[in-house]
Design a protein around this ligand. Structure first.
Ligand SMILES: [Fe+2]
Length: 560
């Protein structure tokens, strides 16, 4: 007799975890030998993970896992959609301290747990399930997306940790999709003073390690990062630490360089520019690539990152400094003509957020709050307002209209440095510590809202606004990653029968395969049928992993 017992799932995974795993960072050679059937020399030195794991270049079907060990060793990533049964692995026999492993052939929008190690032991893992990658949705997918935006963080000091903790608390306690951070967007100057490897260890890896093991990190180059890196040759600590797409691996037009690149996530296109080393000239290689890239994206939203702000009167003055002037004069007309929605920069250690603007390439004092239809610089009836749904109203943009973007200079994730803070393009300017979060979600009426919040180091949200976009292309109603331990599928049901396990599902679903794992996580049966004979299976609890054309679902049953 088969009895559905979803309520036992949590207990089941606890059993899996303790049966399968060793304590984090403590080598367990005997367990590993049993698992991998490898001869181990006696007196093997313990290998310690000194950095990571961290996730790079996430795509719908792949992700790069990187970490550093103190001793050169092989690279192994075990992974799977079940915490207690990471049935797949990628192994590199090369001995190295700088590990970089690509997981490929993954299912889009799916949660994969992973651990890292070498051929004899697991070196870092999480028994609580907070080490995972959720693959990117298929491009064009309309779903909730959250990005954490961190500008100029790399002081390594207490301020940086306050800002970090304020975001961690926000995301863990927020009402909508708590705990979900789809990506980290770093705006450069990630490690002071010159972006050296040791500075990155202290101000980057040692600060954000909890988030790095479950959220893909992206970045643009800051001037301090650039002090120890060469963008022409893509060498130096910044380029060693990060692995960004150069060949369009994550969507967009191949750039051929990690200095500037693009990627897609859900229905958002991200363009990352290098405002420090690379020529900012119209007609230069970066300009020509960005023009081709932005004109060839069909995504609903376009977000651009570069370090030097087009508009700032903080610790740097965009009327004076040549890099901000060139980014404003050369790049913003092209970006705006092709529909950019949000431009994120740092460099000034403050928070400055613009109106909903278009076509302002001059000095601060030439900015006009008049609408562009009247020769000014703001867009729409709400463009000169606060952008708040409970205030002057959200900024409004139709997907067919390119005009209208918000520029944010948010470089206070590690320190504040003052300035006049009176740029006329800015709705608000503050000398406050903090970071930003971007959240995009359905409006329930064929459009979407992009909401940005500035989260102070105190946890207070001192600014927020909404860009409402109509006419968003609808391609998917998926709102959650498919494989969540403990998640109860609404689409897949079990019907108890006489020694038969029967799977029923929505008419929109099509079964691809079924895997049954026993209570120590061992795969005991595979099938492609909806009715499975389990009469010969021993009594006990089992986990059922069901893969359909739409994703992977996990349920448990007790066979008695
Ligand atoms: Fe900077």
């Amino acid at each position: 007799m088969i009895k559905k017992s979803i309520f036992l799932l949590a207990a089941l995974w606890s059993v899996y975890s303790f049966a399968q795993t060793s304590v984090v960072d403590i080598p367990n050679i005997s367990a590993a030998v049993a698992a991998n059937n490898v001869d181990v020399p006696k007196n093997l030195p313990a290998v310690v993970v000194e950095r990571g794991p961290y996730l790079q270049t996430g795509t719908p079907t792949s992700v790069i896992v990187k970490w550093r060990t103190d001793i050169a060793t092989e690279s192994v990533v075990n992974y799977g959609t079940l915490l207690g049964a990471m049935s797949k692995n990628v192994t590199s026999a090369d001995l190295t301290t700088e590990h970089e492993v690509t997981l490929s052939g993954l299912t889009p929008n799916t949660k994969y747990y992973f651990n890292i190690g070498n051929r004899t032991e697991v070196l870092s893992e999480s028994v609580t399930g907070d080490m995972y990658v959720i693959t990117a949705p298929t491009p064009g997918t309309d779903q909730f997306v959250r990005a954490w935006i961190i500008g100029d963080p790399g002081t390594g000091n207490t301020f940086q940790r306050w800002v970090r903790d304020a975001y961690y608390n926000y995301v863990d306690t927020t009402a909508t999709n708590p705990g979900k951070t789809d990506m980290m967007l770093f705006l450069g100057d990630n490690a002071y003073n010159t972006g050296k490897d040791s500075e990155y260890q202290n101000a980057f890896f040692d600060v954000y390690d909890d988030m790095f093991k479950k959220s893909v990190a992206w970045s643009c180059l800051g001037n301090h990062d650039g002090d120890s890196a060469d963008s022409d040759t893509q060498s130096g600590p910044y380029y060693d630490i990060f692995t960004f797409p150069t060949a369009g691996e994550a969507g967009g037009t191949p750039s051929g360089t990690e200095a500037y690149y693009s990627f897609d996530y859900a229905n958002i296109h991200f363009i990352i520019l290098d405002s420090h080393h690379t020529s900012r000239a119209v007609g230069g290689p970066m300009y020509n690539w960005a023009l081709t890239d932005i004109q060839n994206t069909a995504q609903d939203w376009i977000v651009t990152l570069f370090h030097h702000p087009a508009y700032s009167k903080g610790s740097h003055d965009s009327d004076v400094d040549h890099r901000p002037v060139e980014m404003r004069e050369n790049f913003t007309p092209m970006l705006e003509a092709n529909g950019v929605d949000l431009v994120l920069s740092g460099h000034s250690h403050s928070y400055e957020r613009s109106y909903f603007l278009n076509g302002h390439q001059g000095l601060s004092n030439t900015f006009s709050l008049e609408e562009i239809t009247n020769g000014g610089n703001t867009v729409g009836a709400n463009g000169k307002g606060d952008g708040k749904e409970d205030g002057d109203g959200a900024y409004q943009k139709a997907s067919t209209e390119p005009e209208g973007a918000v520029y944010i200079t948010t470089g206070s994730a590690g320190q504040i440095s003052g300035g006049d803070l009176n740029h006329q393009a800015m709705y608000i300017s503050m000398n406050k510590l903090g970071s930003c979060v971007m959240e995009i979600d359905d409006d329930g009426n064929g459009g979407q809202n992009m909401v940005i919040k500035f989260i102070r180091e105190t946890g207070e949200i001192d600014d927020y606004f909404t860009i409402h976009k109509t006419g968003v292309t609808f391609t998917d109603d998926t709102n959650e990653p498919k494989a969540e331990v403990g998640a109860e599928s609404k689409k897949v049901l079990y019907v108890a029968g006489h020694d038969l396990l029967t799977i029923t599902m929505d008419r929109n679903e099509r079964l691809k395969k079924v895997k049954i794992y026993n209570n120590i996580g061992k795969l005991v049966k595979k099938s492609r049928k909806k009715t499975i004979d389990v009469s010969k299976m021993p009594k006990g609890m089992y986990a059922i992993e069901i893969t359909t054309k739409n994703g992977t679902y996990i349920e448990s049953v007790t066979i008695e």
